[in-house]
Design a protein around this ligand. Structure first.
Ligand code: MEV
Length: 432
């Protein structure tokens, strides 16, 4: 095993087989892992059949590596499963700038999830609330007895919170007591354990509250399990031939204001954030629908849909970016243990806890958003997209390696990115 650095200059230029060779060297991959990486989808139909019902096939996505990530002074190579061109290049180039600025600083809350119990038909809801609070330890103990493994690992139900919602005068069935059971799921996302626990205590809650329990289910608004990332970037690192760093920062601040003021823009802004987050969620076998639902609900927590990131200028003129969102993810349990690629992805990431993974994911989201904001407020995103698109057009025309790169550069220069043009240039370069 060689010392890990997420800086691998020229990685994108290597043929795929060489990239995998390099990874095998860095991560001491065993032959089956190399085989899984080299194949078109490491999941077998048999494994798929164990994961879902009526399985008839496997849907594959490309996996690429986000490079240059330095987070809390630790190097991270970040696998990302995504179909959209330029996402990985954008994340890696943003991570390079942020690395030169000292890297990301991250932190996170404990892995506290929320399991909800909806209690109806109480004669006196305030009295029911008082009684449940008086006997909350009994409810917590019972919940923990239903999931002894989680409890023995130091996790499990820790506390509960109660709200009385609705108003009988408006609608006959709309008054209810909602109990949020707070459960530490440690390194698991915890959905199954949470649902087992809230179902397990429903009878006891009914007895105590003298009401009827209806829904018993986790909440995907995991706002007690937040992760955060931050980056401080000096304007010097943003200087380019066409723009001064200060101008780039002003552009990013204007873009931030736009997202803050307009939900139409905030939605696209946050889509860009999720461009970085979802691919890591997917490749590590986590539930991306849960993360998406939680992220957007968190973005709207004030009653107004807002950007998930915040970009400001500090007193020294540096650009300061921050992100915070719920991170209900795990490194064990569910399909994470079943999917061979998820296991390889976690090996690349080298994370020891679910919290560490959540922090890395936040850093990737911030990097992705930074890249989009920087491009959008300067050259526009089509320039970068075109360069990547041009390469795939050159490959479609039959070119490969450095010749494909030359053809791509020439097509972008001539502003003519088409297969016919690529074929013409390929014939020209081949005849030389
Ligand atoms: C495209 O997938 C994502 C962007 O639209 C994000 C953004 O506008 O911030 C570029």
């Amino acid at each position: 095993m060689i010392k890990l650095s997420s800086r691998i200059p020229g990685f994108y230029k290597l043929p795929q087989a060489k990239r995998i060779e390099k990874l095998a060297e860095i991560f001491d991959l065993i032959p089956s892992e190399v085989k899984d990486l080299s194949s078109q989808g490491s999941l077998t139909l048999d494994q798929a059949d164990k994961m879902i019902e009526n399985a008839v096939g496997i849907y594959s996505l490309p996996i690429g590596l986000g490079l240059n990530f330095l987070i809390n002074n630790k190097e991270y190579i970040v696998p990302m499963a995504v179909e959209e061109p330029s996402v990985i290049a954008a994340a890696s180039s943003a991570a390079k700038i942020i690395r030169d600025a000292g890297g990301f600083i991250t932190d996170s809350d404990e892995s506290i999830m929320i399991g909800q119990i909806q209690v109806l038909n109480c004669q006196d809801f305030e009295l029911a609330k008082t009684k449940v609070l008086q006997r909350k330890n009994e409810i917590i103990d019972l919940a923990n007895r239903t999931e002894p493994k989680m409890f023995s690992r130091g996790g499990g139900a820790k506390d509960l919170e109660i709200r009385i919602l609705g108003d009988e005068s408006e609608y006959p069935y709309c008054k209810m007591m909602i109990i949020n059971l707070l459960i530490d799921t440690k390194d698991a996302m915890g959905a199954n354990a949470i649902n087992t626990m809230v179902e397990g205590v429903a009878g006891l809650v009914e007895d105590i509250a003298e009401g009827k329990v209806c829904l018993k289910i986790l909440s995907n608004l995991a706002d007690k399990r937040l992760a955060r990332a931050k980056a401080v970037i000096s304007p010097r690192l943003l200087d380019s031939d066409n723009y001064k760093g200060e101008e780039v920062i002003e552009g990013i601040l204007q873009a931030q204001a736009f997202a803050y003021l307009d939900p139409y823009r905030a939605t696209t802004h946050n889509k860009g954030v999720m461009n970085g987050i979802d691919p890591v969620i997917i490749v590590t076998g986590n539930d991306w629908r849960s993360i998406e639902a939680g992220a957007h609900a968190y973005a709207a927590r004030t009653g107004k849909y807002l950007p998930l990131t915040d970009w400001r200028k500090d007193d020294q003129g540096n650009l300061v970016g921050k992100i915070e969102l719920p991170m209900a993810i795990g490194i064990v349990g569910g399909s994470i243990n079943l999917h061979p690629m998820a296991q390889i992805a976690l090996k690349f990431l080298g994370v020891k806890t679910a919290r560490e993974l959540g922090e890395v994911i936040c850093a990737v989201g911030l990097a992705q958003n930074f890249s989009a904001m920087k491009a959008l407020s300067t050259d526009g995103i089509q320039k970068g997209h075109m360069a990547l698109h041009a390469r795939s057009v050159a490959v479609t025309a039959g070119a490969s390696g450095e010749v494909a790169n030359m053809i791509a550069r020439e097509m972008v220069k001539q502003r003519d990115v088409k297969v016919d043009k690529a074929k013409e240039l390929f014939a020209l370069y081949s005849s030389k």
